[in-house]
Design a protein around this ligand. Structure first.
Ligand code: URA
Length: 257
């Protein structure tokens, strides 16, 4: 034999090795099957958990304070109120009712909120109650159209938008518009305020009970304040006009003093 085996001998040899239990061919070099490969494929990093989306809570009163404080004059204040979007009454109203009368008047009258006619016209106190209000002030020589500030009144409301079905304003609605009302009084700079009914008493004096408060001078927003019964109440309760007349005389006396 010269070291070369033929096909049949090689086949017989292989079958004999299989018979002995060989089950795989072995190479010339050893293979360490337990070795950790130098470059293991990198596992994808687990995604970061999503940070919760934080929507900053808006404080409408703080927004109103900022907007009111930034208004440098009455026109700017009116525009600031028009741009204020946090009071839902705005959505149901036709117009912003800002003010009427003479800027610079010594007397500033504050009512509750626009009614139907005011909402349509965009001016305060133009319905039946407003006509009575004009007659009441005319009786002591004051009017919303008088050219001289001494004989003039300037009129606004606690809320500039009409509440549905003329319902009474809610405390949260009053609180939201209070910064605008304060700034309104600052910019109008009257000598005294006349508060028509409970809602402006709540806003300016922080208390209600108009039948007890009326006719007594109080102080609000740093000014003398005269609470009176609302003209709409006087339309229903004729006898209360006597007290209202006495309140008007008080106002006239104060202006003349
Ligand atoms: N009542 C108010 O208080 N204000 C108005 O403008 C009209 C009616």
């Amino acid at each position: 034999m010269d070291g070369v085996i033929d096909f049949w001998a090689a086949k017989a040899l292989l079958e004999w090795q299989i018979e002995l239990g060989a089950d795989e061919p072995i190479g010339d070099l050893p293979v360490n099957r337990y070795e950790i490969p130098a470059e293991t494929p990198k596992a994808r990093p687990a995604p970061e958990p999503m940070a919760p989306v934080v929507i900053p809570a808006v404080d409408p009163v703080a927004v109103a304070e900022r907007m009111a404080a930034a208004a440098r004059d009455l026109d700017a204040l009116s525009e600031a109120q028009r741009a204020f979007d946090h009071l839902d009454l705005k959505k149901g109203a036709r117009n912003l009712v800002f003010a009427d009368g003479i800027r610079g008047a010594r007397v500033m009258v504050i009512g509750e909120a626009p009614g139907r006619e005011e909402d349509i016209e965009g001016r305060p106190f133009v319905g039946k109650a407003g006509q009575l209000l004009d007659r009441m002030f005319a009786a002591i020589g004051l009017s919303r159209t008088a050219p001289a500030p001494d004989n003039a009144i300037y009129i606004t409301n606690v809320l500039p938008w009409r509440p549905p079905a003329n319902r009474t304003p809610e405390p949260a609605e009053i609180a939201m518009m209070l910064p605008f009302l304060k700034r309104h009084v600052e910019l109008a700079a009257p000598d005294l305020l006349v508060l028509m009914g409970n809602t402006p008493c709540q806003a300016v004096l922080g208390r209600q009970g108009i039948l007890r408060l009326r006719g007594q001078w109080a102080e609000g927003f740093g000014l003398p304040v005269m609470p009176m019964t609302h003209p709409a109440y006087l339309l229903r309760q004729g006898p209360a006009k006597r007290d209202a007349w006495s309140d008007l005389l008080e106002i006239r006396a104060r202006l003349q003093a």
